[in-house]
Design a protein around this ligand. Structure first.
Ligand code: PLP
Length: 441
């Protein structure tokens, strides 16, 4: 399948018909971005029901790490499906689950021994971490960051603070969650400049939060995305994560890294924490772990994984077919895809960076590996986020055969499957630049 190739301006007639049916019975809560109706996916390419071929730079929101329906992943799924589809891993044993927990406990950053709890999704991994943090520390308060996204179930939603609309009318949420500003240097919450700021955004925790709002002895955990995802692909300054870890160590607080979006090679290393040499106490993962089958994991240091049998569980978490898909996915990542993410990511980011001179609407290009964000702003002297332009560019890219997504207020995220080639990123840059040229004034 050679993409992009647009036969009929999307949405074509078949897509329109399915969308109309969808609107009759599907919950209106889903916030569809543009009218793409998928028929098939192979590698980097998505075919819609009208025969249009798109280059996929969304990877199903950072999920299909090995590309769509990678033959080795499909084979592993088929082999396991022929043996058995399900047998509750919370109550009984099967080897694919053990093989995966062995693998994940070895892969997680840092030298400590680890224990793994398997879930079906990212939000469930966060819920598990939230519960374990309270259970093992016997403390109730937690700290999370403005701009963060940790999921939508009520525990995770209490941590999530990327858009207030996610939280509106769902309260009361879990009490004793303290939100503080994230290390977003491009729009520093303290109006300081990196280099002379003393990393005020981290110092705030001890200087202000622990002094005025909560004593550290009552704080169970700090939840942090090493790079904020939904919040705008925000890469904090290099010393950031290490400084937070130091604070945690000084006060017996658990550092919980939410690598649901950054994990499994996305940033050019298996886990983003590795860029800064930080071992979290708990690592939460999902998305790219199983190439699209629903799976997540909460990987905790063994010494804090103190919960006793029956304290937590899940009917489907660690489903054998999903475990088989994860093992095949991890083998492919270790076999070259993480390296590809680093190499192609560097090339891709350089090319996007070069657009800055020709297109002043681009206010920032940031990211690591194949997790790259391009922020768009108005040229009004105040760099006001231009969400309207961002949305128009995404829509035009779709019409021209490139699938993109937004994040933050006015950022476009580029998160292709980790199999992407340099020439495919060049095509993406061309389509993106053409849309900007046409729409940015
Ligand atoms: N954490 C992060 C960083 C995420 O990006 C997401 C989803 O986008 C989640 C948690 C929630 O994951 P899920 O949608 O699988 O529940």
């Amino acid at each position: 399948m050679k993409a992009p190739h647009i036969k009929t301006k999307p949405p074509g007639p078949k897509a329109k018909e399915i969308i109309e049916r969808d609107q009759r019975t599907t919950a209106p809560a889903y916030g569809r971005v543009y009218p793409l109706v998928v028929k098939e996916g192979r590698g980097m390419v998505i075919e819609d029901v009208d025969g249009n071929l798109f280059l996929d730079f969304t990877a199903g929101i950072a999920v299909t790490s090995t590309g769509h329906s990678h033959p080795q992943v499909v084979r592993a799924i088929e082999e396991q499906a022929r043996k058995f589809l399900h047998f509750c891993g919370s109550d009984f044993y099967y080897e694919p689950m053990v093989r995966l927990t062995e693998k994940l406990s070895r892969m997680a950053p840092g030298p400590s021994a680890k224990k793994v709890f398997l879930t079906n999704s990212g939000t469930e991994a966060i819920e598990a971490a939230f519960k374990l943090a309270r259970y093992s520390t016997k403390r109730q308060h937690v700290v999370a960051f403005l701009g963060s996204f940790h999921g939508r179930t009520l525990g995770s939603l209490s941590l999530t603070a990327s858009r207030s609309s996610h939280r509106a009318h769902f309260g009361p949420l879990i009490p004793n969650v303290h939100h503080i500003a994230f290390g977003y240097c491009h729009r520093c919450p303290y109006n300081l400049t990196y280099g002379s700021c003393g990393i005020e955004c981290v110092r705030y925790i001890e200087k202000v939060l622990f002094r005025h709002e909560v004593v550290p002895e009552e704080v169970a955990a700090i939840f942090v995305e090493p790079i904020q995802g939904e919040g705008g692909f925000v890469v904090p300054p290099p010393e950031y994560l290490g400084m937070i870890k130091d604070i945690c160590q000084r006060h017996g607080i658990l550092l919980i890294a939410d690598e649901v979006q950054t994990g499994f090679g996305r940033t050019g290393k298996m886990f983003a924490c590795e860029h800064w040499g930080v071992e979290p106490d708990i690592l939460c993962v999902a998305k790219g772990i199983a190439s699209g089958l629903p799976l997540g994991a909460m990987i905790a240091r063994s010494d804090i994984s103190t919960w006793t049998p029956g304290t937590h569980g899940s009917t489907f978490g660690g489903n054998p077919v999903a475990c088989a898909a994860a093992l095949a996915t991890i083998a492919l990542l270790e076999d070259g895809l993480v390296k590809n993410a680093a190499e192609v990511g560097t090339h891709f980011k350089e090319r996007l960076d070069r657009l800055k001179t020709a297109y002043p609407a681009i206010s920032d290009v940031r990211g690591l590996g194949l997790m790259i964000g391009v922020e768009l702003a108005k040229q009004d002297g105040a760099r006001t986020p231009d969400s309207e332009l961002r949305n128009q560019v995404i829509r035009r890219a779709f019409e021209n055969g490139l699938l993109l997504l937004g994040c933050g207020e006015s950022t476009i995220r580029f998160i292709p499957p980790l199999i992407v080639s340099k020439s495919e990123t060049d095509i993406a840059v061309e389509i993106f630049a053409a849309a900007l040229k046409e729409l940015a004034h």
